[in-house]
Design a protein around this ligand. Structure first.
Ligand code: IPE
Ligand code: IPE
Ligand code: MG
Length: 230
């Protein structure tokens, strides 16, 4: 019998890694892998919502990824364009919203515009949020927050500092999943990850299907979170 998952995380964040290797194995360009990755991401969001997860953060483009060849970046920008012109409509129709973290000012102007519209047009009463990390780097986010505090001229405590981060208003991730076999965070949510459960798997992201996602959530539900207590 299928295991009943008792304990559903409120916020799951995913480092969607392995698209390039997935394409390479098929003798295809990396962009082909990113396209397959986007389909996997859309299916994962649907599954997350169906399971009762409230926030799904997806690492789609890191600050470091900006050093990749122009051709690959253009392919990624095209996917972002497609997501914000087409796929977000399905999210809205299901009462879900999209949010963005990262410094989008480095993205092409038309992409910035689409992203801003996509966030602004989201339903106000959403119960499920897809949070896209675009040109996101935790160090950049923390430095931007520190500078915001300095320009206000106020000392901050942990809560006040968290309110200056891109993730303000969003609870910290309960679970961070990384696909693709690497065991590192690669500059993802370094502040917010303080007490996240971490789950690493070898599956390349385009192959990370509903069953794999459910496996990660089931593993999370068996973890004992102590937050430093006994
Ligand atoms: C992750 O897949 C997606 C992005 C970074 C945009 P990769 O492109 O890093 O794929 P691999 O790690 O090279 O297989
Ligand atoms: C992390 O994957 C970034 C995203 C998934 C968007 P990378 O492929 O960029 O990470 P490294 O270079 O292996 O650490
Ligand atoms: Mg990678």
């Amino acid at each position: 019998m299928k295991e009943e998952i008792q304990n559903i995380p409120r916020h799951v964040a995913v480092i969607m890694d392995g698209n390039g290797r997935w394409a390479k194995r098929r003798f295809m360009p990396r962009t082909f892998g990113h396209r397959a990755g986007m389909n996997a991401m859309i299916a994962m969001a649907r599954k997350a919502k169906a399971m009762g997860i409230e926030y799904l953060t997806v690492y789609a483009l890191s600050t470091e990824n900006f050093a990749r060849p122009a051709e690959e970046l253009e392919g990624l920008f095209d996917l972002i364009r497609r997501y914000f012109t087409k796929n977000v409509r399905d999210l809205y129709a299901e009462g879900a919203a999209v949010k963005v973290i990262g410094d989008i000012s480095a993205l092409p102007d038309d992409v910035q515009k689409l992203v801003c519209e996509g966030v602004a047009n989201s339903p106000a009463d959403a119960k499920f949020f897809v949070i896209l990390a675009l040109n996101y780097g935790a160090r950049s986010e923390i430095v931007r927050a520190a500078n915001a505090a300095i320009s206000r001229g106020e000392r901050v405590d942990e809560d006040a500092f968290a309110a200056l981060l891109d993730t303000h208003g969003v609870p910290c991730p309960d679970l961070i999943i990384r696909t693709g076999g690497e065991v590192r965070l690669s500059n993802f949510l370094l502040w917010q990850a303080a007490y996240a459960e971490l789950y690493f798997c070898d599956v390349l992201f385009p192959d990370f299907d509903e069953t794999e996602f459910e496996k990660a959530i089931a593993e999370y539900s068996r973890r004992n979170r102590r937050f430093g207590r006994v």
